[in-house]
Design a protein around this ligand. Structure first.
Ligand SMILES: Cc1cc2nc3c(=O)[nH]c(=O)nc-3n(C[C@H](O)[C@H](O)[C@H](O)COP(=O)(O)O)c2cc1C
Length: 159
C-alpha cells in the first residue's frame, strides 16, 4: 500500500509519534506531508497564530503540491489545541479534496484530554469521503515515548 502520513507538529511530539508509527509499516511505502513549526519560541507563536487565523501563506507552496490521489491510506496526526486539532488540519484536509475510496487513520497527541479532538478529526475525514479504519489517542502529560505508537503501527501493518 502507498501510505501518506500528514502531520502537524510544534513541539515534536506528533512528529515523533508519526515516525514511530511509520517505523512499523515495514511492508508499505510511506511518504510524509509534514507541517512543522520550528524556530525560536516567539517565531513559533507568531506562525501558530497565523495558522490559527487561517493564514497559511507560509506553507502555500507545500499545500499547493499536496496531492493525495496516489495514496491508498492517509494517516492524519495532529496535536490537541483546546480540544481541537490545529486549524492546519482543516486546511490540509480541504486541500486534499474528495477522499472517496481512500482509507484513513486519525491519531492525535495530547497532554490531558484529546478524545474530543480525535472525534472531530474522524468526522471531518469521513465528511471528505474517506473510510476511517482506525483511530488512536496518544496522551502523555510529560515525556511521550514511542512504544504505543510502534505497537499501533504494527497493527496497521498487519491489517
Ligand atoms: C496552544 C496549545 C493548546 C493545547 N491544548 C491542549 C488541550 O486542550 N488538551 C491537551 O490534552 N493538550 C493540549 N496541549 C498540549 C498538546 O496537545 C500536546 O503537547 C501535543 O502532544 C503537542 O504536540 P507537538 O509536540 O507535536 O506540537 C496544548 C498545547 C498548546 C501549545
Amino acid at each position: 500500500m502507498k501510505i501518506l502520513i500528514a502531520y502537524f507538529t510544534m513541539g515534536g511530539r506528533t512528529k515523533k509519534t508519526a515516525e514511530a508509527i511509520a517505523s512499523a509499516l515495514a511492508t508499505h511505502e510511506v511518504s510524509y506531508f509534514p507541517v512543522e513549526i520550528t524556530g525560536k519560541f516567539i517565531e513559533k507563536i507568531k506562525l501558530l497564530d497565523k495558522f490559527e487565523n487561517k493564514d497559511f501563506s507560509a506553507i502555500e507552496t507545500e499545500l499547493n503540491i499536496l496531492d493525495a490521489a496516489s495514496y491508498d491510506l492517509i494517516i492524519f496526526g495532529m496535536p490537541t489545541y483546546g480540544n481541537f486539532p490545529p486549524k492546519a488540519f482543516d486546511e490540509i484536509l480541504a486541500r486534499m479534496g474528495n477522499l472517496s475510496g481512500k482509507k484513513a487513520i486519525v491519531f492525535n497527541t495530547a497532554r490531558f484530554t484529546g478524545g474530543k479532538a480525535l472525534e472531530y478529526m474522524k468526522i471531518k475525514v469521513e465528511e471528505a469521503g474517506a473510510e476511517v479504519i482506525n483511530q488512536r489517542k496518544f496522551r502523555k502529560i510529560l515525556w511521550i515515548g514511542t512504544k504505543n505508537a510502534i505497537k499501533f503501527g504494527k497493527q496497521i501493518n498487519e491489517k
